[in-house]
Design a binder for this molecule. Sequence first.
Ligand code: PHE
Length: 460
Amino acid sequence: MVKKRTSIHGQWSSQWVFVLAATGSAVGLGNIWRFPYMAGESGGGAFIMLYIICVILMGTPIMAAEIMIGRRGRQSPLNTMRTLAAEGGHSRHWQILGILGMLAGFLIMSYYSVIAGWVLSYIFKTASGTFEAAAPDTVVKIFNDFTSNPWILLFWHSVFMVMCMTVTARGVKGGLEKAVRILMPTLFCLLLIMVGYAMSTDKFLDGMAYLLIPDFTTLAANFPEVFLNASGHAFFSLSIGMGAIMVYGSYLPTKTSIANATIAIATMDSVVAILASLAIFPLVFTYNLEPSSGPSLIFITLPIAFGQMPGGGLFGSMFFFLVMFAAWTSGISLLEPVVTWLVENKGMRRLKATIITGGIAWIVGIGTVLSFNHWAFSFTFAGLEKHGGIFDIIDILTANILLPLGGLIISIFVAWIMSKMSVKEELDMNEGLYKFWFFTTKYVASVGVGIIFLSQFGIF
Ligand code: PHE
């Protein structure tokens, strides 16, 4: 048995706090903004069905593996991978996961912060009554005017980045732990109220049918693309494949059950995504909007609804406030792997490491800011017409390439490289569950992700 390590960055105060923090990382713009618009672009029910299959067969086993590796190594993802590989007499090149993960973290954070900036601005727009009784066309125009102004986008992008840096600089414990406890359940309740509102529209059943009944003929025609998008989104939404969950796992107390924590996080993540879609799609049909309108979807449908509801200004601003909060808890986890690495390897203080990491992500984010105005161009990828620019390229590069590649490396590492004894000891699952986990990770997840990954290069 290897001597237990401790992390120099601290430890969660309890298993519950870990679950909250990891759920905070998982639940974010991915659930409320990206999931609904990806589902709308990929035909609704079929996307959701494949998404759920990917979460169960790939996402959950890989998440458990990632948390387990993190707790075993107790360092930044790069150093953890290097240490665990060296322990089994393997090459230090396994640290590539840490390098790719840091790259993915920078890239995701760069655009995440821009979109979270939109959310920030919408808190104020809704609160000030901008959308009161506004016609759908007006709401669309407000969105277009907003995104065509790079200076405003840059301003909100900067605000959000500084918010994340402030928390990360102090360490993930402290204020965050307390805030997550209250705000996450509140977000959940507001989502339920939004679903309630959607139920009161005539098109609720149409929305439900669109989301829950897969259209197999269309699916058969677009299978590789829909599958690619659903699996990529599973990685993105669960925050796996880039070290964010691994670094959170490195602060996990030794006695915690990784299996229970993983199941809890993945379930909450999927439930929030489905609730958000149930709140949005009935409105799409009620107001004759395009389900495939892309990243603008929630910034158009929801304000229309808030404009029609009594007290919608207050309710809408609360809603966007909670989405901002969900994005915040995800944003800080995107910075964390790089910050821990700079602290460990460059001997930096946490504050300096955070300023450098956030600063670089902020600069890269300018590319996304300009994607919606001066540098906009369209192209087609995996059957989807993309109307952005650098934003779309970064989005595809991360969700469809870097995160699945990270997931593949993780599953190969735990199934073939790490010693069975350490894996078993660290996971500490009952025998049946362990066998199931091992089988799905070794064969289903790694082979599945491998095929998805190669299919993008036309190999399958
Ligand atoms: N899971 C987050 C979301 O759904 C995004 C994220 C991806 C966070 C990868 C950390 C790492 O919004």
